[in-house]
Design a protein around this ligand. Structure first.
Ligand code: DGY
Length: 461
C-alpha cells in the first residue's frame, strides 16, 4: 500500500481536477468528466465506473455522481449515454445535433442512445462500501425508482422478442466504438449514400483529432457512419420501435449484455435489501434469462461467444476475436468447457497474453492495430471486468484465480509505469523508455479503477 501512496494521491488529484460544477435550471450539480481535453460532459458508464472508485475516497461524492447522472433520464425511462454540460464546446457532436429536447426532463440536454448499463452495478458497489446508513438510504430512495424505470425501458424496447439479450443500435452504445466486431455491419452503410452535409459537418467540426493523433482514434469513415445513424434516429423522432426496425446496425452485443445480466442481479439484490421482493424476483429472472442466452452464443467452431447481428431480420453470429469474448465470465454464464477454452486463449501469447494484457483485439487477428482505440489497445476498463469475471470462477478452476491476480498486477503496473491514460499499447511491458499511454491522459475512469484495484490487492492479502 505504502508503495502506491504517491500514485493513489495522483489518482485522487485527477478525479478532483476533472470535477466540474454545473448549474442546470438553477440547481447546482458536481460531476466528474472523463477528461478535460475532449470528453467534457458526463458519460453513463464512465460515471458509474468513476463512482465505484470514488466511494473509497469520498462517499458523498460517489452517491452524487450517480444522482447527477440520473437527472438526465428521459420521461420514457431511457438514461442516455451523454448528459451535456452547458457552455462546453470541446466535444463533437454537440448537444443540438441529437434534437432530444422534449424527451428529457427540465430541458436538460442529452444524447439519444445509451451505454453499457453499469448503473445498478455501481449503485450496489457503492452501497456495499459506504458506511453512512442515512446517506445510503437517501440515495436508494431517489435512485431505485429511476434505475427500475431504466431497466424496464431497456427490456421493453431493446428485447421486444423477450430472448434475454438486448439489442444495441449504434456502435457508441457498445462502449467499444470502432471494435472490429462492428466492421461487417458498418460496411453495409455505403459511404456514397451518406448525405454530403453529414460528411461536411464531420470534416469541419470533428474535434477529437484536433487534440490527439488520428492514428489513435476511429477513422473518418467511422465518423461519417456514426453521425449518419444519429441523423436517422433523429428523423425517426427517437421512436425505438421504429429505430429497431429500420437501423442498419442492430446487434445483440455480448459485452453490453454481460453487463446487463450483472446489472439485473445487482438491482435484484438492492431491491431485496431496500425494496420489494416481487420486484427483486422479476429482475433476478431477467438476469437468469440473459445468463442462459449468453451461454448459448458460444460457437464451438470459433471457440468463443459471438455477438449476433440482428439487423432487419438477420440472425448471424459475429465471430471476431476481441476481449469482448471474455465478458460472459463477468455474467457468470460460462460452462466448464467454455472456461477451459477462455483460460487457454487468455494465456496464449499469440492472442491475448501480451506484455500488457488484455488487448482489445487478439494480436494475431488481421484486425489488430496496436494504436487505434478499440482495435488493439489494452483498456483498464475491460481488464477490470475480466478480472472480476475470472474471480467469479476461482472456485472452479485454480488457473482462473491465478490469471485474475496476474492481470490485476499487470494492470496496476501498466498504469504505474505510464500514467493514467485512457488506453495503452498492449505489446510492451514497460521495459523500454517509450511512453505506452494512448488516447487522452489524466483519464478519470483509469484513476478510479486504479483505486479499486489497489483496494482489492489489500483485501486479498
Ligand atoms: C466518443 O465520442 O468517442 C464516445 O465514445 C462516444 O460515446
Amino acid at each position: 500500500m505504502q508503495q502506491y501512496l504517491e500514485l493513489l494521491n495522483q489518482a485522487k488529484e485527477i478525479l478532483q481536477r476533472n470535477t466540474i460544477t454545473v448549474t442546470v435550471n438553477g440547481k447546482l450539480y458536481e460531476r466528474i468528466i472523463p477528461s478535460k481535453d475532449f470528453y467534457v460532459h458526463q458519460w453513463l458508464w464512465d460515471s458509474a465506473g468513476v463512482a465505484m472508485g470514488l466511494v473509497h475516497l469520498h462517499e458523498e461524492a460517489a452517491f452524487n455522481e450517480l444522482l447527477s447522472l440520473i437527472v438526465g433520464q428521459w420521461n420514457n425511462g431511457l438514461i442516455p449515454h451523454i448528459i451535456y454540460n452547458p457552455g462546453e464546446s470541446k466535444y463533437y457532436p454537440p448537444a443540438e445535433q441529437w434534437q432530444t429536447v422534449g424527451f428529457t426532463r427540465d430541458g436538460i440536454k442529452t444524447s439519444g442512445i445509451t451505454d453499457p448499463p453499469l448503473l445498478a452495478i455501481a449503485a450496489e458497489y457503492i452501497c456495499d462500501h459506504a458506511s453512512d446508513e442515512q446517506k445510503r438510504r437517501d440515495f436508494i430512495n431517489t435512485f431505485l425508482p429511476s434505475i427500475m424505470a431504466y431497466h424496464d425501458h431497456l427490456k421493453c424496447y431493446r428485447d421486444p422478442e423477450d430472448c434475454g439479450l438486448l439489442t444495441i443500435v449504434h456502435p457508441w452504445e457498445s462502449g467499444t466504438d470502432d471494435s472490429p466486431r462492428w466492421d461487417s455491419l458498418l460496411n453495409r452503410i455505403d459511404l456514397n449514400m451518406i448525405p454530403p452535409d453529414i460528411k461536411a459537418d464531420v470534416d469541419l467540426n470533428r474535434k477529437d483529432i484536433k487534440y490527439q493523433s488520428s492514428e489513435e482514434r476511429p477513422t473518418r469513415a467511422d465518423y461519417y457512419r456514426y453521425i449518419y445513424l444519429i441523423n436517422l434516429f433523429k428523423d425517426l423522432a427517437w421512436d425505438y420501435t421504429k429505430i429497431l426496425h429500420e437501423t442498419p446496425f442492430a446487434v445483440k452485443d455480448i459485452l453490453f449484455n454481460s453487463i446487463w445480466e450483472r446489472a439485473n442481479e445487482a438491482l435484484a439484490a438492492l431491491l431485496q435489501r431496500y425494496g420489494n421482493q416481487e420486484e427483486a424476483n422479476k429482475y433476478q429472472r431477467w438476469a437468469e434469462q440473459t445468463q442462459e442466452a449468453l451461454t448459448n452464443t458460444w460457437s464451438e467452431e470459433y471457440k468463443q461467444y459471438c455477438d449476433i447481428d440482428v439487423t432487419q431480420g438477420r440472425h448471424q453470429a459475429i465471430a471476431v476475436p476481441t476481449n469482448g469474448i471474455f465478458m460472459p465470465l463477468y455474467a457468470g454464464a460460462v460452462t466448464d468447457h467454455q472456461l477451459d477454452m477462455l483460460l487457454h486463449r487468455l494465456s496464449n501469447a499469440d492472442e491475448f497474453y501480451t506484455g500488457y494484457p488484455v488487448p482489445s483485439t487478439a494480436i494475431n487477428s488481421r484486425y489488430f492495430d496496436k494504436e487505434r482505440y478499440w482495435r488493439g489497445p489494452t483498456w483498464p476498463i475491460t481488464n477490470y471486468f475480466i478480472i472480476e469475471g475470472l474471480k467469479t470462477y476461482r472456485g472452479r478452476h485454480h488457473h482462473a484465480d491465478q490469471l485474475a491476480n496476474l492481470f490485476m498486477q499487470k494492470t496496476i503496473q501498466m498504469i504505474r509505469a505510464n500514467g493514467f491514460w485512457e488506453y495503452f499499447d498492449p505489446l510492451d511491458d514497460g521495459t523500454d523508455d517509450n511512453a505506452k499511454g494512448r488516447g487522452f491522459s489524466s483519464f478519470s475512469w483509469t484513476a478510479a479503477i486504479f483505486i479499486q484495484l489497489i483496494k482489492k490487492t489489500q483485501h486479498s492479502k
